[in-house]
Ligand binder design. Sequence first.
Ligand SMILES: Cc1ncc(COP(=O)(O)O)c(C=O)c1O
Length: 359
Amino acid sequence: MDEIIAFTRGVPPVESFPVKRLEECAKLALELDAGRVLQYGTAAGYAPLREWIAHEYRVSVDQILIGQGSLQLLDTLARVTLTAQDAFFLEQPTYDRVLTIFRRSGAGLAGIALRDGRLDFGQLESKLKSGIVPRYFYLIPDFQNPSGALMPLEDRRRLIRLAQDHHFHLIEDGPYRHLRYYGEDLPTLFELAPEQVIHTSSFSKLISPGLRVGFMILPPNLFQSVRKFAEDTYINASYLNQAIASEFIERGWLSQNLVELKELYRPRLDTLLQALDEHFNGMATWIKPQGGFFVGMNLNEGLRVPDRERSQSAGLVLSDSRGFFLEGGDQFIRLPFCALNSAQIREGVKRLRSLFPDY
Ligand SMILES: Cc1ncc(COP(=O)(O)O)c(C=O)c1O
């Protein structure tokens, strides 16, 4: 068997890392600000980066909390604000690690289905009508992990109206938003209704996950308690890494990097969509994403995701799809396309198709 093809982790490829520029940023951060970046700091984060984020999102700097990746902040938010008495909604499917974090909080989780990439408002409204109102509804409106879906503007507005009417908050996770290969930006939930939304995002997919720099925009009433918990737990996330990200942005390299990443990833998405059309037409459905890292495929009735042994026998590794769902998930396959080159993508889809010989 040739190399194993891994359709598993949604990670950026090594060739996307701006190593030389990061080297320079690390050197500058140490030369210019060693006293701050090598010292303990306040839990809120490295001030120049917080200020840039506040400016970008047009909010007060006092609302910006920087963490060791956005996952850490989601975990901290869950620990500080969620109890076993709370209800918590998420899209189904959703990002598996976030599902784990919120499941651990003990809150009563409920999945609201994404059907052909659209949120099932019937399901959401009937839950609300039955009196189940969540403390939060966690969503990834831009190029969702794992489905690739983009929430249409009318759905964003409708969701916000429901959140306002029933008094719950939306947690909007946006790490893929700036990786748009086609079409025009839609307003974020946060831009549409800042008072109703906790927005979180990350530099993991825009610079490098190894930096572990993510941030959260919190309403003033929550900011201090979440920040205090962070301080009591780990003092602060790495200022050196935050300063590297900050230097990177200050030099204009983030926008340049985004242009380069899109040039690298767009053809990979195109190749994957072509290969799926060629091999899975009529036996599965998928959304054609306009950005992000993933295409999510739903197999037709009667077909099941092959188990680990069968996939491996074809030289493939697939994610355990059940991790993206509260229940079910054995007809769903997440296909991350950024970390594979075109030849690997074509070969991977061919191998995947070979696992359904009877169809
Ligand atoms: C939707 C979503 N949120 C958060 C993360 C993790 O971000 P970070 O590296 O900032 O913790 C990922 C990474 O795959 C993701 O897909």
